[in-house]
Design a protein around this ligand. Structure first.
Ligand SMILES: NC(=O)c1ccc[n+]([C@@H]2O[C@H](COP(=O)([O-])OP(=O)(O)OC[C@H]3O[C@@H](n4cnc5c(N)ncnc54)[C@H](O)[C@@H]3O)[C@@H](O)[C@H]2O)c1
Length: 309
């Protein structure tokens, strides 16, 4: 099977690439390396094309021969989108339409699109099913939603199969510390550097964390399916508090965390939890990576990445 992975040098994309290779697929990666790393991709086994999804010629060249396109390239994050909403939509909306057009042009069978729980905006009730109100409250949420709607329309109009996976909080190997507030890489980095962590509020807010290996497997199942189309929530179906997360990180690292409680951030979501029955029914997907195990792998990877003993 030939596959194109856009954004394949990024955190989640590189894990999708790894799993596709393990399944014997021939993989092309198209990535402009704006936030991705070439070192994330085993270039001996992958056709790596450095380029932008907004370069339509490059994109079509990368897509040629692909049966499935895993579309992960995106401008990622609420803060980034608030700073530059035009760039956000250029990549996430127009870029996605270019990917769908390229899929048609090369006769690809399916596009698997990385959507986001950011499309829901303020959460009204838990657990979050697919029919939860959709009212994004950032340009990023709006652009990911537009991408999703274009995918679903291409299925209706052109019969191009599309599956949209709405990720909740993804964590795991290849996720680096960034300025965009992902709590697991930030806490792990600070813990390993023996620096103090700030827990906002009382730490009893909850999140649904899903390991990137499970997310990669959901992508591959979606790509392999011959009949499934539509948009699905993708979390672990379990949530933990931030206080519990700190305890699990202590166990995973063998270190004692130094932390303080800081004022709650305005607008922060208090609780989040995905209902994952729909993706289970449609694709037979069940999360397999237990959080303690996922964090142990992650801490070990971060230690190597940070050159720590
Ligand atoms: N990390 C999460 O928790 C999360 C949650 C919800 C949704 N998502 C979605 O998952 C996908 C992957 O996110 P990630 O966390 O791996 O982020 P990432 O920034 O690590 O990966 C994005 C990749 O796309 C590449 N890219 C960006 N713009 C591009 C362009 N114009 N042309 C070609 N390549 C481009 C980047 O270089 C990077 O390698 C995104 O679509 C994102 O919206 C992620």
């Amino acid at each position: 099977m030939k596959a194109l992975v856009t954004g394949g040098a990024g955190f989640i994309g590189s894990n999708v690439v790894q799993l596709l290779l393990e399944r014997g697929a021939e993989v092309t990666v198209l990535d402009n390396l704006s936030t991705g790393y070439r070192s994330n991709v085993p270039t001996d086994y992958v056709r790596f094309i450095e380029g932008d999804i907004l370069d339509r010629q490059r994109l079509e060249q990368a897509a040629s021969g692909a049966e499935v396109i895993y579309h992960l390239a995106a401008s990622v994050g609420n803060l980034r989108s608030i700073r530059d909403p035009v760039a956000d939509s250029m990549v996430n909306v127009i870029g996605t339409i270019y990917v769908l057009e390229a899929a048609r042009a090369v006769g690809a069978r399916k596009v698997v699109y990385s959507s986001s729980a950011a499309i829901f905006g303020e959460l009204k009730h838990l657990p979050i099913r697919e029919d939860h109100p959709i009212e994004p409250d950032s340009p990023y949420g709006a652009s990911k939603l537009a991408g999703e709607k274009h995918c679903l329309a291409y299925y209706k109009i052109h019969g191009l199969q599309t599956v949209c996976l709405r990720y909740f909080n993804v964590y795991g190997i290849h996720q680096r510390y960034d300025a965009y507030g992902n709590v697991i890489p930030i806490f792990t980095t600070l813990l390993l550097k023996r620096e103090r962590l700030s827990i906002y509020g009382d730490g009893e807010q909850t999140r649904d964390f899903i390991n990137v290996r499970d997310v990669a497997r959901a992508n591959v199942l979606a790509g392999e399916s011959e009949t499934v189309n539509g948009a699905f929530n993708l979390g672990s179906g379990n949530s933990i508090t931030i206080n519990t997360l700190v305890r699990l990180l202590e166990e995973a690292s063998g270190l004692k965390a130094d932390y303080v409680y800081a004022p709650r951030r305005p607008g922060e979501v208090l609780h989040s939890l995905a209902d994952i029955r729909a993706i289970g029914d449609a694709l037979g997907f069940r999360p397999e990576v237990e959080m303690g195990e996922g964090l142990r792998d992650y801490v070990a990877w971060m230690r190597t990445e940070m050159n720590l003993p």
